[in-house]
Ligand binder design. Structure first.
Ligand code: GLA
Length: 459
């Protein structure tokens, strides 16, 4: 397991990019009248397989991309955090470090900084006496399913630690920051923060949760990963939030149903669906789908109906699952369970396929994952469907939506020998009708080499 520390600083290869750094330093001096003392870099991620499994305690298969958040900073002794962004649409923010930091309005970009600050204050507040002047430069599109929000949280956390010269192992941060990020109102799992912090250059990661475990997985020779934007924004702190949180709650309800169905076969209550793997080693997760399928109809159910299946009172279930009224009263528990458990098995199969160098096999698992995200998890949309269809017609070995869904990007496995044809066809069939200039289209789909996780550098 990676034991990187937030401090002291690593001497790294220049993944920040010289031109970007020069501009950041120049802007920092112009805005704050002094030079930065440190930089942090926190990459975004793309998930190859294992969608909506992380908060269920089941594995994911992501990697860090070459788009990131870079923050230049300098410490200040008074506990005030001053936050600016190179992009003028993100206005300047300022707040005081404390145990209870009041949030800005929902959707405000400053909340990602406050989320990190409050999480750290609760973890090691006694050591955080200094605030910081920070300048953020991000080249991750927001609402694209590439984890710009978690990269911002990770970047802010590392910047505050650097300002205070405090060491926290990256592994600890990878467990702490997903909880901290709930400050913005999404019930996300831990994939994004773990990838941004702990990714390994040139590899995908298999990540397991509760407790966090990571191992590198090789990518197939002669193939590349292409990310394509559907051009539909899906801000996790905006309109997609309800859809995301609803899925999390549906899984909690499904978990309670499984618990009830297993009855005395279960040695202890289930914290998450992932506990099934440890409690029933060797048993296929798909067995549990069949078991529940005999007891629960395959249509959305009301809380009252689910409570009756479990044998509890609806209000009790509501409070135990932290179900809020804004999420409505229709829960597609069987479908969600089917997706999550089958998807977890696909991650195992995908890891085996990648270790065996079986790119076509891996591509087929990506395709199956997409169908499951569309039909059972219901997180696709018309544009993602079109983009996946176009990608398959253009020769992708595998194509699927990536991240939370409801818009954002697709991830595609493409043989290097077919790459030019693939890009030409995707541009022609998807992007050209949507953009006046071909150059705009180029920025919306990209290939990359998997990057290493976050870094902190002193100057
Ligand atoms: C978002 C969340 C992650 C994960 C994905 C879906 O990116 O932040 O924790 O749940 O959606 O796989």
């Amino acid at each position: 397991m990676n034991q990187k520390l937030a401090h002291p600083m690593t001497e790294s290869t220049d993944t920040l990019g010289d031109r970007r750094l020069t501009r950041l330093v120049h802007e920092f001096r112009r805005r704050y009248g002094r030079s930065p003392a440190f930089y942090v870099r926190a990459p975004g991620r793309v998930n190859l397989l294992g969608e909506h499994t992380d908060y269920n305690g089941l594995p994911v298969l992501p990697m860090a991309i070459d788009r990131n958040i870079v923050i230049a900073g300098v410490s200040r002794p008074d506990g005030v955090v001053m936050l600016q962004n190179i992009e003028p649409q993100f206005g300047a923010r300022q707040y005081q470090l404390s145990q209870d930091i009041p949030p800005y309005a929902a959707g405000d970009w400053g909340n990602y900084s406050k989320a990190a600050a409050q999480g750290l204050m609760r973890y090691c507040g006694g050591q955080l006496r200094c605030g910081a002047q920070l300048l953020v430069d991000g080249n991750l599109p927001s609402g694209a399913g590439l984890s710009s929000s978690s990269a911002l949280v990770v970047g802010n956390a590392l910047a505050l630690l650097a300002a205070n010269e405090v060491d926290v192992p990256f592994v600890t941060l990878a467990e702490l920051l997903p909880v901290a990020e709930r400050y913005v109102g999404t019930l996300s799992g831990g994939m994004d923060q773990a990838t941004s912090l702990l990714a390994q250059q040139g590899h995908a990661l298999r990540i397991d949760f509760f407790p966090l475990r990571l191992r590198t997985v090789p990518l197939p020779q002669g193939y590349s990963i292409v990310v394509c934007h559907s051009l539909v924004q899906a801000e996790k702190s905006g309109p997609a939030k309800r859809g995301y949180n609803l899925r999390v709650i549906e899984c909690r309800l499904a978990c309670r149903i499984v618990e009830r169905a297993l009855g005395s076969d279960l040695p202890r209550p289930l914290q998450t669906l992932g506990d099934l793997v440890t409690l029933f080693p060797g048993r296929s997760l798909v067995d549990f789908v069949s078991l529940i399928g005999t007891q629960v109809p395959d249509r959305p159910l009301s809380l009252g109906q689910i409570a009756a299946i479990i044998g509890t009172a609806p209000e009790r279930l509501r409070s135990e699952c932290h179900l809020t009224a804004d999420l409505g009263d229709r829960f597609a528990v069987l479908r969600r369970l089917r997706h999550v458990l089958r998807e977890a098995e696909r991650v195992d199969q995908a890891e085996d396929a990648l270790r065996a160098g079986d790119a076509p096999g891996f591509g087929r698992l990506m395709d199956a994952s997409h169908q499951s995200c569309r039909d059972d998890y219901e997180i696709s949309c018309a544009e993602l469907e079109e983009l996946v269809r176009v990608a398959k017609e253009a020769g992708a070995a595998g194509a699927r939506l990536t991240g939370a869904g409801f818009g954002g990007c697709t991830v595609n496995l493409v043989a290097d020998a077919d790459m030019q044809t693939f890009l030409r066809r995707v541009d022609r069939s998807f992007y050209h009708s949507r953009f006046a200039s071909g150059r705009d289209a180029h920025e919306r789909r990209f290939t990359f080499k998997p990057q290493s996780g976050a870094e902190v550098r002193r100057v």
